[in-house]
Structure formats: structure tokens, C-alpha cells
Ligand binder design. Structure first.
Ligand code: ATP
Length: 614
């Protein structure tokens, strides 16, 4: 696991990148992203060849136009191939033919580049998402997930532009530039010299301003990312936003990020605008220069009208490519910044190799014996505080264990360690007598299921949501699980039955219905160890009765850990552990603990049962 710095925070980004990192190194690193083009190299190379042909034919255009004009004045200029002299009409036909062939190859090169670029990007997106999914929990603890996802999508869009637009643009302009200069110098080195002398100034301006644009673009991406986070967080928590009447507050948070963003993009836009106008001035300036010098050569009879036209067209071509190099350059700068975060993410070490095929065969079944031996745990985000301070507890296969204790005592933390979302700082967790960290993660989690307090349903049908417990389950298995979990009746009452869509976060279902779906999911998974985070919300007594029934089916024959909020529900468990401030302070059955004078359980029970009696 890497440290905090793997995804730079807005304040660190500008210093972590840019000038401080050696250019060659950052280019080499960025080139890794281009490896994604490798599987498409044949197509990419064909697109390259098509582009080379199209661009070279583009260079024939000024030449033929010049010849056309010369032919109109009666002066015939032989074409370069074989010294053939053509009539005006023949040249015009050749020109149209050349343009047609150029259009044909342009189509193939443009389509080819887009196809390679988009396919490579789809691979990159898939790999990035797979990588994120496989990362350990400690990674997510350091980051705001909304920010991560919105920044990534912004960065991937920049990379997409590079793959589909910048690379072909760069290649096209490189051909026009070198070909154009070559042709100009070959025909009149004097005129060529005049034109080329204007380039260094243009290039220097492009490079200097391009660098500045890079810094600003990165900062714009950051501000946009922060704004995106606000949108994502508010929409996810829309119920809270509305309940607290905080719509305006969220809007103002968003607006403040947006105005920062606007400030930066406007600065970038000013810079770009100056660059563009400077380059336009430079390009037209050099055309005037060539014009002037060419006109003088024409006056002296050293140059024909057609040749001058040819030069001017080549100069606009070459000037145009120099100008677009500035654009390409600033896009490359942008890409260097954008690839950084993606690369860092790809370099993180995953806990689950999501990108590799799943291990073959069914997961070996555990008996369900769980033992925590003197487990101490500190969250990576808060290493100074021990969330668990020497927990020792043993659940034999098939036992029902309840975890009780005040809020913040460490119950959920204990369960996270059982699921191996985190590893103990010290002490041991043993599953079926084997150290848990020697067992492959997919086996550990494949043997467990959790019914959480707050059930998250995925956007999809009810059936898909139940099947989440076992993606390859048959329809019959899904229905059988739904029946046992007391879901079948209410699902059947929906007009679309199992195919009812449950919306973004399952908003159409009540809390009790969602819980029963979660129970059906767990039943379908058929785990040997079950974790139940009991609902605190008071359900109506019928739902409660249904859920208790469904739970008793679910608990049968498995080891179960119940995080109990209502002590009335755990009278029947085999053993209760009272957890306070990260340590086990009492353990025993309901009756044993009630009998203990001055015990925490007895006090909690008295509070709850008294309250119930009122
Ligand atoms: P509740 O009954 O309210 O859910 P709990 O007993 O399950 O509480 P935990 O959620 O396990 O308590 O929290 C134990 C301690 O660990 C708390 O002090 C909490 O602030 C801290 N904690 C929980 N999650 C994290 C985290 N991801 N990073 C840092 N500290 C955490």
C-alpha cells in the first residue's frame, strides 16, 4: 500500500508535478499510457501509412496549383515525375484526382486512429476501474471517493483526446512541416531561408506559453474535480440535503469551486488567445515577408507567378503546422499532467487481482470456526488510536455470537477484520484453525456474507439484486431464496415482479423490504460465516416478525456474528461479548450476563427493557 501521496491532493498537485520532475522521466512515465495502444499496433500502423499518404498528397496541392497558374500564363512548368508537361485542363484534372485520393486515405487514417484510440481508452478505463475495485480499504480511507472518480473521469477524457486527436494531428503536422520545408528549400533556398528564419520565434513562444498552460490546465482539472465531488456527494445524499434544507448551501459550495475553475480557465484562455494571436501574426507576417521577397525575385525575373503562389501556399501550410504544434504541445502538456494520476493508480498494489481471471472451481467451504487472539488494530488513517485493544474471542463452528456495546466501541471494526478488509496490527485471526492471512482472500470472503444495517441496492432489477449473492444462480434458486427470506410475496405484488427496477439506490423499496432482499442475497450465497448488522430502526411489528423469521432460517447451521443494537433479539445466542472502548469487557449468555452485578450488559439491558416497559 502506498502512502497518501499516490493521488495528489489539490494543494500538492502543482508542486508534485511540473517543473520539479525531470522532463525525460515524466515523458517516459507518460509513455507507459501509450502501451495501451500496443494491442492495436497493426491497425495503428495502417492508419499511420494512410495518414502519410494523405498528408503527402496534401503537399502536392500547392505544387499543382502553382503549375496550374503557370500554365494559364502560357509558361509550362514540367512536373517532377519524369519531366512531363501537362496542359491546364490536365493539371486541373490531376489536382481533382489528387484531392479525391487524399480524401479516401484521410477517411481511413481518421477512422483508424479513432478506432485504435477509443479501443485503447476502453481498455485503460476498464483496467483503472478494476484496479480501483481491487484496492484495499485503507486506500479509500484516505480519499474522498467522489473526488477520485470525478478526477479520473476528467483525466481519462484528456487522455482520450490525446489518443484520438493529438497523436494523428501531431503526425499530420509533422509530415506537412518537414515535407513543406523540404519542398520549399529544394525549389528556392533563398525564399525558404527567409521563411524558416521566422520559425524559432514562433516555436519559442509556443513552448514557453505551452508550459504555462500545462500548469494552469492541471489546476483547472483540480477545481473541476472538486466541483464534481460536490455534485456527486450532494446527489448521493440528496435526502439529507433536502431534509436539512441545504440546497442553497450545496449550490454555493459548488458555485465557489466553479468560480475558482472559471478564474483558472479564463487565465488559460487569455494565455491561449495571446498565443494564437501571436502565432497568427507570426504566420501572416512570414507570408508577407515571403510575398515581399518573392515579388522582388519575380521583378528580377528569377521566379514565376506560379512558383510564388506555390511558395505562399507552402508557407501557409508550414505556418499552419507550426501554429498547430503549439496546440499539440499544450495538449501533450495537459496529457502529462492527466496521465500522472492514472499511472499512480495503476501502480497501487491491489488486494484482489480483479484484472486476472477468477480462480477456477468452487471456493472450499469453511467449517466456520473463528478465533481472534489478542488482536490489536489501529486504522491506517489514525495510527495513534487503537480501535481494538487486545480482543480475544472464539466462535466455534455453528455458534451464534452477539457483539454488544456502546457506539464507537469497535464492533464494526471487529467485523471488518473478520472480512479481512483490514489486517490486525498485532495478534492473530484464525479461521478453522488456520491463520487468516495465509488463506486466499477470495476463499475468506467467499465463505462469508453480511446483512448490513443500511442495505444498498444497485440500480437494476430485484432479481439482479438478489443474484448479487451468487451471480451464477438459477432463476429457481433466486426464487427459493426470496421465499425463505419472506420477499417473494411482496415482489410478486409488483406489476413487473422480479423484473421491477429498484432505482438508483433502491428508493422504491421500504427499509424492511430492502433488509429482506439482503437476507435473500445472503441465503443465496450460503456462507459458512454470517455477519448481521442488526437494524436499529424500529420496523413495524409485522415486518419485524417477518425479518426475524427470515433471519432464523438464515442463521441455521452457520457461524453467526450479530452486532446487536436491541438486546431483546439476542436472548437465544450462544454467547454475548460486550465490547467497550476496543476491548472485550464481559462475555457469557444472556442469562449469565444479566445475573452479573454491576455489569455493563445488565445496565444496558435494564435501560432497554425499562424503556420498552414504559
Ligand atoms: P457503532 O455501533 O456506532 O456502529 P462501533 O462499535 O461499530 O460503533 P466502530 O465503527 O468499530 O464502532 O469504531 C470504533 C472506533 O474506530 C471509533 O472510534 C471510530 O471513530 C474509529 N473508526 C472507525 N472507522 C474508522 C476509519 N475508517 N478510520 C479511522 N477510524 C475509524
Amino acid at each position: 500500500m502506498s502512502s497518501d501521496s499516490s493521488i495528489p491532493t489539490p494543494s500538492s498537485t502543482n508542486t508534485a508535478t511540473g517543473a520539479s520532475r525531470p522532463r525525460a522521466e515524466s515523458l517516459r512515465q507518460a509513455a507507459r499510457i501509450f502501451r495501451y495502444l500496443r494491442p492495436y499496433r497493426v491497425r495503428f500502423a495502417s492508419a499511420w501509412v494512410a495518414l502519410l499518404i494523405a498528408s503527402s498528397l496534401g503537399l502536392a496541392f500547392p505544387y499543382l496549383t502553382g503549375s496550374l497558374l503557370d500554365a494559364s500564363t502560357g509558361r509550362s512548368v514540367p512536373l517532377p515525375f519524369g519531366g512531363i508537361t501537362l496542359s491546364l485542363n490536365q493539371i486541373a484534372l490531376l489536382l481533382v484526382g489528387t484531392l479525391g485520393v487524399q480524401a479516401f486515405f484521410s477517411f481511413f487514417s481518421s477512422y483508424g486512429f479513432n478506432r485504435c484510440g477509443e479501443s485503447a481508452l476502453a481498455d485503460l478505463r476498464r483496467e483503472t476501474f478494476g484496479r480501483i475495485l481491487g484496492l484495499p480499504m485503507s486506500f479509500f480511507a484516505h480519499r474522498r471517493v467522489g473526488e477520485l472518480s470525478s478526477r479520473l473521469s476528467a483525466d481519462l477524457t484528456v487522455i482520450q483526446e490525446t489518443f484520438t486527436f493529438t497523436i494523428p494531428q501531431f503526425l499530420r503536422q509533422a509530415v506537412l512541416l518537414t515535407g513543406g520545408i523540404g519542398l520549399i528549400v529544394a525549389t528556392s533556398w533563398r525564399l525558404g531561408g527567409v521563411m524558416i528564419s521566422t520559425f524559432p520565434v514562433l516555436l519559442l513562444a509556443a513552448i514557453l506559453m505551452g508550459r504555462r498552460i500545462r500548469g494552469l490546465s492541471r489546476s483547472a482539472q483540480d477545481h473541476l474535480g472538486e466541483g464534481g465531488t460536490v455534485v456527486e456527494e450532494s446527489l448521493h445524499g440528496i435526502v439529507n440535503v433536502k431534509a436539512f434544507g441545504n440546497e442553497r448551501f450545496e449550490l454555493s459550495r459548488y458555485a465557489s469551486h466553479l468560480s475558482d475553475y472559471l478564474g483558472v480557465v479564463l487565465r488559460t484562455a487569455r494565455l491561449r488567445a495571446s498565443l494564437v494571436s501571436f502565432i497568427i501574426f507570426g504566420v501572416f507576417g512570414s507570408i508577407v515577408l515571403v510575398f515581399w521577397y518573392g515579388a522582388r525575385l519575380m521583378q528580377a525575373g528569377q521566379l514565376s507567378f506560379g512558383e510564388l503562389t506555390r511558395f505562399i501556399l507552402y508557407t501557409t501550410f508550414v505556418g499552419g503546422s507550426v501554429a498547430s504544434f503549439a496546440e499539440v504541445f499544450s495538449q501533450v502538456q495537459k496529457t502529462l499532467g492527466a496521465t500522472e494520476r492514472v499511472r499512480e493508480l495503476l501502480d497501487e498494489t491491489p488486494e484482489v487481482p480483479v484484472l486476472q481471471p477468477a480462480p477456477p472451481g468452487p471456493v472450499p467451504r469453511f467449517r466456520g470456526d473463528v478465533e481472534f487472539a489478542d488482536v490489536v488494530f489501529r486504522y491506517p488513517a489514525r495510527p495513534d488510536v487503537a480501535a481494538l485493544r487486545g480482543i480475544t474471542l472464539h466462535a466455534r463452528a455453528g455458534e451464534r455470537i452477539a457483539l454488544v456495546g456502546p457506539s464507537g466501541a469497535g464492533k464494526s471494526t471487529l467485523v471488518s477484520l473478520l472480512l479481512r478488509l483490514y489486517e490486525p496490527t498485532s495478534g492473530n485471526l484464525r479461521l478453522d484453525g488456520r491463520p487468516a492471512d495465509t488463506i486466499p482472500l477470495h476463499e475468506v470472503r467467499g465463505n462469508m456474507a453480511i446483512v448490513p444495517q443500511e442495505v444498498l441496492l444497485f440500480g437494476g432489477t430485484v432479481e439482479e439484486n438478489i443474484r448479487y449473492g451468487k451471480p451464477d444462480a438459477t432463476r429457481e434458486e433466486v426464487i427459493a431464496a426470496a421465499r425463505l427470506a419472506a420477499c417473494h410475496e411482496f415482489i410478486e405484488r409488483f406489476p413487473e415482479g422480479y423484473q421491477t427496477r429498484v432505482g438508483d439506490r433502491g428508493v422504491k423499496l421500504s427499509g424492511g423490504q430492502r433488509q429482506r432482499i439482503a437476507i435473500a442475497r445472503a441465503l443465496l450465497k450460503n456462507p459458512s460465516i454470517l455477519i448481521l448488522d442488526e437494524a436499529t430502526s424500529s420496523l413495524d411489528s409485522e415486518s419485524e416478525h417477518l425479518i426475524q423469521q427470515a433471519l432464523s432460517v438464515l442463521l441455521a447451521g452457520r457461524t453467526a456474528f450479530v452486532i446487536a443494537h436491541r438486546l431483546s433479539t439476542i436472548r437465544q445466542v450462544d454467547r454475548i461479548y460486550v465490547i467497550e472502548d476496543g476491548a472485550v469487557t464481559e462475555s457469557g449468555t444472556h442469562d449469565e450476563l444479566l445475573a452479573r452485578d454491576g455489569g455493563t450488559y445488565r445496565r444496558l439491558a435494564a435501560l432497554q427493557f425499562d424503556a420498552a416497559a414504559v
